[in-house]
Ligand binder design. Structure first.
Ligand SMILES: Cc1cc2nc3c(=O)[nH]c(=O)nc-3n(C[C@H](O)[C@H](O)[C@H](O)COP(=O)(O)OP(=O)(O)OC[C@H]3O[C@@H](n4cnc5c(N)ncnc54)[C@H](O)[C@@H]3O)c2cc1C
Length: 444
């Protein structure tokens, strides 16, 4: 490591070995990491944190690490929840936060940013000019543009505007050997779309250094609707019916979450239609809905949508809390919902298990399960809930992840998720990262 520090110094790249900086790069937002910190332990610790400020500096860092076979863990906002960039083998934590440039091209409705730009900052700058990314994950204020691409992120308005992969125009990446990848920017082209290799790559193939994304005009018109139902089936049927009206956002809440959010004993749905024609779409939605229209649920949800203060408090009290998002086709959806809830509730120590459906497609949807337990053994409980929930999802037509990613948490199910594509992923990793320096243990 002393060689690494010497080389970083002579290349003029900012780095730190201060304990505060190492601690800040020892974990992500995985609940077990939070529990470790409460016990004043760290899940892992890098030996140095580097803060490159340009793509060329990222390239220098990777060249140094590659030549010396030093592991590198990439850190954006560290809001990932899947035990992804944790530096279990020490080495280098590479923070992207210094890659913070923003160039707006209003005429083309595109913005080019350094990978370390935090979503909330970018969205505010666009809002001031009358635009929006419309990629609004709950972690908007603590996640980065590069992190979004690396985790295949999904925002609250994905039903109307798409997920991150639909919003990327182009990107620049640095391979583990320091080579910089760049392509011609264009709204679309045929041929193999190699930038897609970096979507969901979780740092496996190198560092995403710059991203060009589309943005949209802030909608001038919007209509917010809320409905109640007597079953998950009827709520989901309405959601499916509404899809042809192109809602910007829909959420279906089960009875437990309806009670928690809106203080009512029912299943519920909120929907937002926006832009030209929103009023008409809203009127049609009202006329075709089989639910009971209720007032104000959408506003309540919008008000609370970034607030995670409650869950931040319960960890210190000994509770284990997490969320599991999976996707499935429409046909098995209600059965899968019940199976996963039942599987989580059966684990000893579970206090609550609930779900909402948060992202919708012509072919299916994403269920977002939330559980909390007060177990005797936190780690044992946590792993048992995950095992049973994913098993229930897979056995009932679901998958293992919709948007949080794989990291180390879901590695065990990669075979089932990737099928016979998995060996290809391993071969690509070997081809691109011969010395296996990037994010060791993640997605592999
Ligand atoms: C309260 C809360 C709410 C959340 N809500 C959402 C949500 O609504 N939608 C959603 O999709 N996710 C959500 N997440 C999960 C998380 O915010 C996303 O996965 C986010 O995209 C991670 O971005 P980040 O910058 O924090 O990445 P990090 O956590 O720093 O990194 C995540 C992974 O990506 C890799 N990585 C990061 N940046 C780069 C880069 N530039 N190049 C290569 N690899 C990189 C890391 O090595 C790691 O493997 C939420 C998390 C929390 C804690």
């Amino acid at each position: 490591m002393s060689r690494v520090l010497e080389e970083l110094k002579s290349a003029g790249i900012a780095f730190s070995t201060d304990y505060e900086d190492l601690i800040a790069h020892c974990k992500d937002f995985n609940p077990l990491h939070q529990l470790k910190l409460i016990e004043k332990k760290t899940p892992a610790l890098p030996e140095v944190v580097v803060f490159p400020k340009s793509i060329e500096e990222v390239s220098e860092v990777l060249k140094i690490a590659n030549a010396l076979r030093i592991p590198v863990y990439v850190f954006g906002g560290a809001s990932g929840v899947i035990d992804s960039a944790t530096p279990y083998e020490g080495g280098i934590a590479l923070s992207t936060l210094g890659l913070d440039w923003i160039e707006i091209e209003e005429e083309n409705r595109t913005v080019t940013c350094g990978a370390g730009v935090v979503g909330g900052r970018l969205e505010k700058i666009l809002n001031h000019r009358g635009y929006s990314l419309r990629h609004i994950p709950q972690s908007l204020y603590c996640s980065t543009v590069g992190g979004w691409v690396a985790t295949a992120s999904s925002g609250q308005f994905s039903t109307g505007y798409g997920n991150i992969e639909d919003l990327i125009v182009s990107l620049k990446a640095v391979l583990p050997n320091g080579e910089i990848l760049e392509e011609r920017k264009t709204p679309r082209r045929a041929g193999v779309d190699l930038k897609r290799l970096f979507v969901g790559s979780e740092g496996l193939f190198g560092v995403i250094a710059e991203v060009t994304m589309k943005f949209f005009e802030l909608p001038k018109e919007s209509v917010k609707l809320s409905f109640e139902y007597d079953s998950i089936e009827s709520a989901l049927e309405d959601a499916k019916r509404f899809l042809s009206l192109k809602p910007a956002l829909m959420r279906v809440f089960d009875d437990e979450e309806t009670l928690r959010y809106f203080d009512s004993e029912a299943f519920s749905m909120i929907a937002i239609f926006e832009g030209n024609g929103a009023k008409e779409s809203g009127m049609i939605a009202r006329s075709i809905s089989k639910g009971k229209e209720v007032e104000g649920y959408t506003d309540i949800w919008l008000e609370k949508r970034f607030d995670v203060s409650d869950i931040s408090k319960i960890g210190v009290l000994g509770f284990v809390f997490d969320t599991i998002e999976v996707s499935c086709f429409w046909k098995p959806a209600a059965k899968l919902y019940r199976a996963v809830i039942e599987a989580i509730r059966r684990v000893e120590g579970t206090v609550t298990a609930s779900a909402h459906a948060s992202h919708f497609y012509e072919s299916g949807l994403c269920f977002y399960f939330t559980f909390a337990g007060f177990p005797a053994n936190a780690e044992g409980y946590y792993s048992e809930v995950w095992k049973r929930a994913i098993k229930a999802s897979l056995e009932n037509g679901g998958n293992t992840t919709h948007h949080h990613g794989i990291g180390r948490l879901r590695r065990a199910w990669m075979g089932e998720e990737f099928g016979s594509f998995l060996p290809l992923l391993k071969e690509l990793k070997f081809l691109i990262d011969r010395n296996n320096i990037m994010n060791r243990g993640v997605l592999q």
